[in-house]
Design a binder for this molecule. Structure first.
Ligand SMILES: Nc1ncnc2c1ncn2[C@@H]1O[C@H](COP(=O)(O)OP(=O)(O)OP(=O)(O)O)[C@@H](O)[C@H]1O
Ligand SMILES: [Mg+2]
Length: 283
């Protein structure tokens, strides 16, 4: 009888075993917007979802997080804007440095609400608020205490233009956000995220619920937006990662297996597990 390795007997805090140990993260030549350093994450129930993540985030580039369901993509993405703070027993270890100021995004001294305006998130399912199109976009500005109507008008228009939605809604700003199609609702959520002038935009499978034409629009938009904002996107769609991401991170069992330029990951990965995943042998 062979030895059975039961992962449930691994003591808390030790990393799960990968068939091939992670490939060292290469130094990248692009200027950085953020740097994840020795990052661990523990859910409130004690489960360690992320193990020793080290990852550069290039400024004004698109970084894709890929890997099988449950590998920790959303957990990592949500750490960048402190979404896990909503449950006080969740715990971060290590650092996520925002550059150039060199501030630690997970530092307890920072206000998570302010961080969410600088690092804003777009979810898989479009989630407009039950408010007008205008108020959906103005939301973050109002939270910030902005009251100058002319200023808010300008910001709302700029954000809607940035999300490639202005021409479709400019005559209907008072209509409910729910009156829009799914693809338009997703662009409304992007406009809402853009209104506070974020430095990083986080996307968690933003096109998983959309038709191919709406998906193509969002992909074009992501490529356009990276001129002004750094983008991190979780996707299950390998073609999407290959089309729009400059860098790609392959994760498995809460570890970063391999990180590199996207074309390198897709054409000549260093780690055999990356190749096995990309060729559909697991996941
Ligand atoms: N609230 C929670 N409490 C405890 N464990 C959790 C919680 N949320 C997620 N997990 C676990 O953390 C691990 C990573 O989950 P995560 O949602 O980050 O994966 P993912 O890569 O985004 O998966 P998917 O592709 O299915 O969205 C999984 O094992 C998951 O079961
Ligand atoms: Mg997820």
């Amino acid at each position: 009888m062979g030895m059975i390795t039961d992962s449930s007997t691994v003591s808390s805090g030790s990393a799960p075993q990968l068939a091939h140990p992670p490939t060292p993260v290469p130094r990248i030549s692009d200027p950085l917007k953020a740097q994840v350093e020795s990052f661990n994450f523990f859910y409130a129930n004690g489960f360690q979802a992320l193990h020793g993540i080290n990852m550069p985030i290039a400024d004004n580039q698109v970084t894709a997080l890929i890997g099988p369901s449950g590998c920790g993509k959303s957990t990592l993405l949500r750490s960048f804007n402190r979404m896990h703070d909503l449950y006080s027993k969740n715990r971060y270890e290590g650092r996520i440095i925002l550059l150039p100021e060199n501030i630690n995004l997970i530092g307890p001294e920072l206000d998570p609400i302010e961080i969410r305006m600088r690092v804003s998130m777009v979810f898989q399912k479009p989630n407009p608020f039950p408010k007008s199109i205008y108020e959906n976009v103005a939301f973050g500005l109002r939270v910030r205490g902005e009251t100058n109507k002319r200023y808010i008008d300008e910001r709302v228009e700029k954000a809607l233009r940035g999300a490639a939605l202005w021409d479709e809604v400019k005559d209907n700003l008072d209509k409910s956000g729910f009156a829009l199609s799914g693809g338009q609702q997703q662009r409304l959520c992007i406009a809402r995220a853009l209104a506070t002038d974020p430095e990083i935009l986080l996307f968690d499978e933003p096109t998983a619920a959309l038709d191919p034409i709406s998906t193509a629009k969002i992909e074009d938009l992501v490529v356009e937006l990276k001129k002004t904002v750094t983008i991190i996107i979780v996707t299950h769609n390998m073609q999407q990662a290959a089309r729009i991401a400059d860098y790609t991170a392959f994760m498995y069992l809460g570890q970063l297996v391999e990180f590199d330029q996207t074309n390198q990951i897709f054409t000549n990965p260093s780690n055999p597990m990356t190749e096995q995943y990309l060729t559909g042998r697991f996941g």
